[in-house]
Design a protein around this ligand. Structure first.
Ligand SMILES: NC(=O)c1ccc[n+]([C@@H]2O[C@H](COP(=O)([O-])OP(=O)(O)OC[C@H]3O[C@@H](n4cnc5c(N)ncnc54)[C@H](OP(=O)(O)O)[C@@H]3O)[C@@H](O)[C@H]2O)c1
Length: 285
């Protein structure tokens, strides 16, 4: 009998998804690297060919119910199992809440939150039959604290945290583990893919503050950011470990901020943020 484990990852065209799919395939997983746009598959396909990896690239748009169902059904028909699901696909919308349209907010939730809900619902019947499975939801350090001009992105990650924490109880008896990965800033395509809300691109009364915030991110990217492969390694460790923590914090910045959030009062934490992030600094001091 084939003992190979099957892993499914969303958002593999770049960054964390790309690195995770390669790392899992290199470590013996039958890997399904999914992405919404197959025109972006060539770099991954070349590496797979060069290394002879057991990795298949499939189209999966997490906002499209049919696309999720078709891909997961195909995977299950081929392998009869899903051992690992990594919900990684995501993007960030920037702009003041006042400058963000409800439709833009819904789009953000469709990808970052409902996208994960769709894939989880699609794999659960199989994982339950197996009485085994690991679901890894890629959240963020901002899944635990707010930041300005990013409130809808932050809200999607808070929602993912609430979902994960609740789901752990529901799935415990089926031996299915659900965990959160909370990275700090990562040097991926993420910040090139930022969407500025429509109204932010016009004459906004928040322009100066928003640009100060974006400068702060640039400085984080230069100084304290982690590489996507660091996050991928943490994901592999989580999969291979018998421990089941709810949260895995990744990156020096994320560890620092998580400890700050844990150890300061709300007022002290807010003052720290006002003295750093609102002045265009990285959060760290
Ligand atoms: N970068 C950071 O600083 C940071 C920090 C904390 C957490 N995170 C989280 O880490 C995860 C990975 O981000 P990353 O840093 O690796 O960024 P990235 O390089 O921009 O990768 C994001 C991936 O998500 C995909 N994606 C977006 N919308 C999708 C959809 N509807 N269906 C399927 N795939 C979709 C993108 O595909 P396309 O190429 O087609 O757009 C891309 O493959 C995200 O959940 C993000 O929120 C990132």
């Amino acid at each position: 009998m084939d003992e190979k484990k099957t892993a499914v990852i969303t958002g593999c065209s770049s960054g964390v998804g790309f690195e995770t799919s390669i790392l899992l395939a290199r470590n013996g997983f039958r890997t399904y690297a999914t992405m919404r746009n197959l025109e972006k598959a060539s770099r991954l396909a070349e590496l797979v060919k060069k290394e002879g990896l057991d990795l298949k690239i499939l189209r999966l748009d997490v906002t499209d119910e049919d696309s999720v169902t078709e891909s997961i059904e195909k995977i299950i028909s081929e392998t009869k199992r899903v051992d690992v699901l990594v919900n990684n696909a995501g993007f960030a919308i920037f702009g003041a809440l006042e400058d963000t349209l409800l439709d833009e907010m819904k789009e953000q939730f469709e990808t970052n939150f409902f996208g994960s809900v769709r894939t989880i619902q699609a794999v659960l019947p199989t994982m339950k039959k197996q009485k085994k499975g690991k679901i890894i939801n890629v959240s963020s350090m901002v899944g635990k604290f707010g930041v300005p001009f990013n409130s809808i992105y932050v809200s999607t990650k808070f929602a993912l945290e609430g979902l994960t924490e609740s789901l752990r109880y529901e799935l415990h008896n089926f031996c299915i583990d659900v965990v959160l990965v909370e990275p700090g800033v990562i040097k991926s395509d993420f910040f090139n893919n930022i969407r500025l809300s429509n109204k932010s691109r016009q004459n906004s009364s928040y322009s100066n503050l928003l640009h100060t915030r974006l400068r702060g991110i640039e400085s984080m990217l230069k100084n304290k950011a982690s590489s996507p492969s660091t996050v991928a390694k943490e994901i592999l460790n989580i999969i291979n470990s018998d421990d089941s923590n709810l949260r895995y914090v990744v990156g020096e910045d994320a560890v620092f901020m998580t400890n700050l959030k844990k150890n300061l009062t709300d007022e002290e934490f807010e003052n720290h943020m006002k003295n750093t992030i609102l002045l265009g600094d990285a959060y760290l001091k």
